[in-house]
Design a protein around this ligand. Sequence first.
Ligand code: PLP
Length: 216
Amino acid sequence: MFELLARFDKDTDPRKVNLAPGAYRDDNGLIWLLPSVKAATAAIISLPTYEHQYLGIQGHVPFLRQAARLILGDVAVEAGHIASLQTSGGTGACHTGAVFLKKFHDVAGDVDVFISDPSWENHHAVFQHAGLVTKSYRCYNAQTRSLDFAGMKADVEAARRGSIFVLHVCAHNPTGCDPTDEQWDELSRIFKRKGLHAFLDCAYQGFATGDLVRDK
Ligand SMILES: Cc1ncc(COP(=O)(O)O)c(C=O)c1O
């Protein structure tokens, strides 16, 4: 599939690259492995304790704890308010979250799930597959090539109580346009006031600013 995508990009127009799949490629369209990932893989494999033990259904608990600390901070983790589950990739995470919301939140079948326009191409399909109704919210101004914050805010304000908004935490796919800290604060106040739910899809932590901690 990756080869097909790479070929498709080159055939369409050699000056274009397809930025939608979240992977780095070299000039020949081949995957470029981050040196940090290569080094970590080598370090793990050379550990004397390295094995392929069958994991419990929750996943690898030490990994889950560290992931929660990275994304939500020590305070939230220590307070015991976090439930973590390992999934097969980001698609599996979105699917598991969507199924959970369908089962426990959309009991009456009247909840809207808002997805940014544009968004990662599978978002609508994943949420619809779980039985949820999806709609779009504005996030991009094609004229200014920047975040359409006014449009986004207006769509959030117009949503019914209990609606779910799928938000890209950082490095929005495919626009790369993220709200500022102040805009996130403003959005969170509207979410609280209106009783809306944020579904945070964090696919690219550290890829927006190059700093794992600074990225929102
Ligand atoms: C915003 C977003 N969410 C989820 C995914 C899916 O992640 P994975 O490829 O790990 O299934 C992607 C992948 O491109 C993505 O960009």
